[in-house]
Write a protein that binds this ligand. Structure first.
Ligand code: DGT
Ligand code: CA
Ligand code: CA
Length: 348
């Protein structure tokens, strides 16, 4: 079975939960361009804002016309913070599953025979650890999982069997199928196909002729009921984090450091596989009040994965414990600002 996880109104939900008093307001996360006070576009908006017609990509000035000032908050994007939360969710998923691909900042694909039983538990754990809701679809194919998740958004969870999946996909309009864009939809419409169930009417050779071998072949497979399930590529990223839950809430340096050692190993095996060196190191602390704190260092010269960073970690941890009196619940490590090592396999 495949599992598709998509966070609900991700950036806006994070901002909403940061401001408990604002849960009845329209929250608009904006990319301000700075030219004039209102120039820029909407990144995303909560469901209240969507109900008055505000959407991703819309100019901020348009959105303001739809949102009464007293009932709405326009907030600049805080991408580093969203990335931190994304890494936290990634680590929760990794604690529960093995074959995982993070497809975007707020989306994961998982391949696991038992994913059906574990999906509800995962949804709860994400909520408990981050206070955020997500939507999870589980189906025999990844395509089915994505499509059924889209239907039960937000805060949804659904598991479907083969028969239900077939019905859902066959009855779907072509433009609702992930992977089929507006241009392909239009060409297919001209060829006489509106729904997935119309695809078998089109000859495979003809599809390949019009759309090329890859897309044409893909459409023909889709028409014959063989649904794609490749987990896809990991998103492009310029940092790798691993965050883990401590056995118990603690301020004990030894416990914190031994957890960090484990996480460092995981993150470094990722670096090694991709031949990356890095210029920034950060230690992430999630305290008992669920707040996320980061302590970081930059290096003038990029560091290779085999270089020792015990001292640096030690400094960051002690500094944090000195500045903050809370107990720590999760810790993480992050390497960022990569340099590609190309063909070079070792720095020494
Ligand atoms: P959802 O999944 O429909 O409940 O809502 P979102 O907001 O999670 O939408 P999604 O999954 O398509 O996108 C994830 C995040 O990516 C979203 O919270 C903000 C960002 N994003 C999406 N579309 C745009 C866009 O057009 N421009 C910019 N700057 N950011 C976007
Ligand atoms: Ca989302
Ligand atoms: Ca998404």
């Amino acid at each position: 079975m495949y599992l598709h996880i998509d966070m609900d109104y991700f950036f806006a939900q994070i901002e909403e939960k940061r401001r408990p008093m604002a849960s009845d307001k329209i929250i608009v996360v904006c990319v301000f361009s700075g030219r004039t006070e209102d120039s820029g576009v909407v990144s995303t908006v909560n469901y209240l804002g969507r109900s008055v017609g505000i959407k991703s990509g819309m100019p901020i000035a348009f959105a303001k016309k739809r949102a009464p000032p007293a009932d709405s908050i326009f907030i600049p994007m805080d991408r580093p913070y969203y990335n931190e939360i994304s890494a936290q969710i990634d680590s929760i998923i990794r604690e529960n599953f093995e074959k995982i691909v993070q497809a975007s900042v707020d989306e994961w694909n998982v391949d696991d025979p038992k994913s059906g039983e574990k999906a509800a538990e995962l949804k709860n754990e994400i909520l408990r650890e981050t206070n955020l809701t997500c939507t999870i679809g589980v189906a025999p194919s990844l395509l089915g999982a994505k499509m059924v998740a889209a239907k039960v958004k937000p805060n949804g969870l659904i598991i479907i069997n083969e028969e239900e999946e077939k019905k859902l996909i066959e009855n779907s309009a072509l433009e609702k199928v992930p992977g089929i864009g507006p241009k392909t939809t239009e060409t297919l419409r001209l060829m006489g196909a509106e729904k997935v169930s119309d695809l078998p009417k089109l000859d495979r050779l003809r599809l390949v002729e019009v759309f090329g071998r890859k897309m044409g072949g893909w459409l023909s497979e889709l028409g014959s009921g063989r649904y794609p399930s490749e987990l896809g590529e990991d998103k492009d990223q310029d940092e790798i984090s691993r965050i883990g839950t401590l056995k118990e809430k603690t301020r004990d340096q030894y416990m914190i450091k031994s957890k960090l050692k484990e996480l460092e190993k995981e993150a470094k095996s990722w670096l090694i596989e991709r031949k990356k060196s890095y210029r920034t190191l950060a230690i992430i602390f999630i305290t008992e009040d669920l707040k996320t704190h980061t302590k970081s260092l930059s290096f003038r010269n990029p560091k290779g994965w085999s270089e020792d960073i015990e001292k640096e970690k030690e400094t960051l941890v002690s500094e944090f414990l000195f500045e903050n009196q809370m107990e720590i619940r999760r810790v993480g490590i992050r390497f960022g600002n990569f340099m590609d090592l190309g063909g070079q396999t070792t720095l020494f």
